[in-house]
Design a binder for this molecule. Structure first.
Ligand SMILES: [Cu+2]
Length: 491
């Protein structure tokens, strides 16, 4: 179908070009000069301007009627103010749009060229300059002041008892975090992000888990480097060489060969410990060490852990190892970081509640959103609440809003039992951007509390402690976690 339309357009263009050629030919045949244009032609063109104006306005009005509204009434307190601001701006734009375009087309139609009419030369007029400078200045100042006022209402300080919710974005989903009973979010650090700790919340357990993960990765890469076939064979040859020429000054050669690929690789140090002995002129001892290493190499070559890497791949592995070690260092630094001597920042994360897929808000209560992003800039967009904010890696952003219409009420208003509020990503952030959304349910305070109480706390997850709850009934796992934090922190 699209191809057909394209074909018609192309053929139409070709036809138009051919027709204009015929027209030009007919003119030259009649002996008329091309620049001689009759008054009838000019009048026709003037009329065409007016016809186009009518078509232009009709399309504009149709578009506004068809697509000019959000579709849903505002579902938040400030949503009303945003709609009013939008309508105010659009009203001004409409008025200016119609005045300017009417003048443009009407003048073109009225003042088409006529041989008996001469244009008036009109170079400058100070009063006119004043009018079209001062009036737009005043109108723009009003628009800006009004807009700033509305913006400040949305982004101003939230009240003390506002509910605080963190929305965390990454390619390509949203995660919501509630602060738990203490009302405080735990600190977060991206170095601690693991599959179990998607937000990188700082707790003693989070650090331990991140450490385990990074150590496993380091060990894996170290092994791949250690068991590289080409390097093992090269080392074997160098050592054999050394054994042969041992009578002279082979010790130094071996030293050099060893350094060549041991330089970036800490794991070789255990074998490199004999470096000190090399200068000790104790030939037998050196020989024994070299032979031990040789048999070790033989074993390694025979094992199924042997890897074969090109030089580039080997270097890439070394780079990877270096980066992993830097990462481990950063995790260690988090542990050493002194949070003003207080543990509360660590403890605060333990009861945080993390939810995916959908999140709930109570109706009529002020909510302060804190936005964070893991990877790229996303944009948290809640169209029914007239709310949008960029989420920026490394820079938390925020705004506040008060939902005023529950999901159920909105379903009734819209006559759509399937309707749901939605949080969308409104920044083209990658391949699956289109699907980056989360359902939002607005409900009564009681329903909200019931839902929240069903959400797990961060550190209470499939732990055997829950089995024992019969004995120590009022001893939740969180208590345990805090205890262990204290112990480790005091070390
Ligand atoms: Cu996104």
């Amino acid at each position: 179908m699209k191809l057909l339309i394209l074909l018609v357009v192309v053929l139409g263009l070709v036809a138009a070009v051919q027709l204009s050629k015929v027209y030009q030919l007919s003119i030259s045949l009649r002996g008329k000069r091309e620049e001689d244009i009759s008054e009838a032609d000019n009048r026709l063109n003037g009329g065409a301007w007016l016809a186009f104006m009518v078509f232009f306005y009709a399309s504009f009005i149709w578009l506004m009627l068809r697509y000019g509204s959000y579709g849903t009434p505002p579902a938040s307190e400030h949503g009303l103010a945003v709609d009013q601001l939008m309508n105010f701006n659009m009203a001004i734009i409409f008025v200016v749009f119609f005045i300017v375009n009417t003048l443009l087309f009407w003048f073109a139609a009225k003042y088409y060229y006529r041989a008996d009419r001469k244009a008036r030369f009109f170079a400058h007029d100070n009063r006119l300059e004043l009018v079209w400078t001062i009036i737009p200045s005043i109108v723009l100042a009003i628009i800006i002041a009004y807009g700033l006022k509305t913006w400040n209402e949305m982004t101003g300080e939230a009240s003390e008892d506002a509910l605080r919710v963190e929305l965390y974005s990454k390619q390509f989903d949203w995660t919501a975090r509630y602060p738990g009973n203490d009302g405080e979010f735990g600190l977060a650090n991206y170095n601690l992000i693991t599959p179990m700790n998607a937000l990188g919340i700082v707790t003693e357990e989070g650090i331990a888990e991140a450490m385990n993960e990074i150590n496993a990765k380091i060990a894996e890469v170290e092994e791949e480097i250690m068991y590289e076939k080409g390097h093992l064979i090269a080392e074997r040859e160098a050592l054999m060489e050394q054994l042969k020429g041992d009578a002279h000054h082979g010790a130094h050669d071996a030293h050099g060969a060893h350094d060549e690929h041991g330089a970036h690789d800490d794991s070789h140090e255990e074998h490199g410990n004999h470096d000190g002995h090399d200068h000790g002129h104790n030939g037998d001892e050196v020989k024994a060490i070299i032979e031990a290493r040789l048999s070790e190499i033989e074993e390694m070559l025979a094992s199924d852990k042997v890897t074969i890497l090109t030089d580039a791949a080997y270097e890439a592995k070394e780079d990877k190892l270096y980066r992993l070690q830097r990462h481990r260092q950063r995790i260690e630094e988090i542990r050493e970081f002194n949070y003003d001597g207080e543990l509360s920042a660590w403890e605060a994360g333990m009861d945080d509640q993390i939810v995916k897929g959908e999140f709930h808000l109570p109706v009529g209560r002020e909510v302060e959103f804190i936005f964070r992003s893991r990877d790229v800039i996303h944009s948290a967009y809640m169209p029914q609440f007239r709310a949008q904010m960029n989420t920026v890696p490394g820079v938390p952003t925020r705004f506040k809003m008060t939902p005023t219409v529950t999901t159920d009420s909105m379903r009734v208003v819209l006559g759509d039992p399937e309707f749901d509020y939605v949080l969308l990503c409104n920044k083209v952030c990658g391949a699956a951007h289109f699907n980056m959304q989360m359902k939002l349910v607005v409900e009564s305070q009681e329903d909200y509390e019931a839902w929240l109480s069903e959400q797990d706390e961060f550190l209470v997850k499939e732990e055997p402690l829950q089995e024992q709850s019969e004995e120590g009934a009022e001893q939740p796992a969180v208590e345990e976690s805090i205890e262990s934090t204290n112990v480790t922190a005091s070390l």
